[in-house]
Design a binder for this molecule. Structure first.
Ligand code: SAM
Length: 335
């Protein structure tokens, strides 16, 4: 797959010229996730639900609380975007059994055939979708953990007082960044600045925020616009050059929470946060739960610690406008 995508891209660029970074990233991630399980020690990276079952359990209890805030609808959809191995959903559903009346219909948005198979093996009934638009309407609770960071980004670089889109060109047997033609609008900025945008993120957030219900976006990212590249790639738990192995490394970029918040509000929802993940988990009682389960200290530290996922990752909630903040958030936070 890796050599195949690299060769296909090299042929195509040789024939048609450089391609936008977003296209390279979309093809890379589609090929990367299509046929492998990248999670855990033997893979390329570890996500919060893979660190400890407590993460998914707390998310599950948050979903039950959100359902109660919606008036306990008998018919409710529980939606997860980019569910990976399905561990978060399995842990969330186990914790949610505390409230037997909460019997959601599960909808998973996942494009990878390999990961769909792993999700199916978790043993819960679900309906799979390529995109959130095909999920039937109705009261919904949605979760996206490390989903938005996998969506393709465009980058623009400031050179000679003008913005240029960053494109990917061939470079011998590999690939390199080149600057495309100057954009017509001069805009502002300093030479060397890089602007990054994720064109798909706002539309997906708006689609979800327009559903009646609540949602959670959990990811690493920033709320204030910034002028730097955050694109990264990992393989075997180590950073690698993002262009060095097409289809063989996970490419991701920090999430622009400001853009998600704007999209949510424009769709008519209220937003709360983003709150650092560690703070949010503590507000929801992770320490007491960890003590009861005899959870290892290092797992708790990884999920909540200031030098680990606890501060790097943030949690943003979406919900009905004019309702009070959902569990783990405070009124006025982000709203
Ligand atoms: C970093 S993993 C996160 C996995 C999981 N949420 C977790 O926390 O362990 C990204 C997930 O998003 C899926 N994904 C990436 N891009 C996607 C897209 N454009 N549409 C649907 N799913 C996508 C991947 O296949 C994978 O399941």
């Amino acid at each position: 797959m890796t050599a195949g995508l690299g060769a296909r891209l090299a042929r195509r660029i040789g024939r048609d010229g450089p391609i936008p970074l977003a296209e390279f990233m979309a093809l890379n991630n589609a090929a990367y996730y299509a046929g492998r399980d990248p999670f855990g020690r033997g893979g390329d990276f570890v996500t919060a639900p893979e660190v400890s079952q407590i993460f998914g359990e707390i998310v599950g209890l948050w979903c039950v609380d959100a359902w109660e805030r919606l008036g306990r609808p008998a018919e409710v959809r529980l939606i997860e975007l980019g569910p990976g191995r399905g561990v978060l959903m399995a842990d969330a559903l186990r914790a949610a059994r505390l409230e037997p009346a909460f019997r959601p219909e599960i909808h998973l948005v996942e494009t990878s055939p390999a990961l769909r198979a792993l999700q199916r093996s978790q043993g819960f009934d679900a309906v799979w979708h390529d995109r959130p638009e095909t999920i039937p309407d109705g009261p919904s609770i949605w979760i996206a953990n490390e989903f938005f960071d996998a969506l393709p980004v465009r980058q623009f670089v400031r050179i000679g007082g003008r913005w240029h889109e960053r494109l990917v060109d061939r470079d011998g047997d590999g690939f390199r960044f080149v600057a495309g033609p100057a954009l017509r609008r001069a805009g502002s900025g300093e030479d060397g600045d890089i602007a990054e945008v994720c064109p798909a993120a706002g539309g997906i957030a708006a689609t979800l925020a327009a559903r009646p219900g609540y949602g959670l976006a959990i990811d690493y990212g920033y709320a204030e616009a910034q002028r730097a590249a955050t694109l990264q790639a990992v393989s075997g738990h180590a950073p690698v050059d993002p262009l060095s192995r097409p289809g063989g490394a996970d490419m991701s970029a920090h999430v622009d929470f400001g853009a998600l918040m704007r999209a949510g509000r424009e769709a008519g929802a209220a937003v709360w946060g983003p709150v650092p993940q560690g703070e949010w988990l503590k507000r929801l009682g992770i320490e007491a739960r960890a003590a009861r389960l005899g959870c290892q200290d290092d797992a708790l530290a990884r999920l909540t610690g200031g030098d680990a996922m606890g501060r790097l990752f943030r949690v943003l909630a979406f919900g009905p406008a004019s309702e009070p903040a959902p569990a783990g958030f405070c009124d006025g936070e982000g709203g």
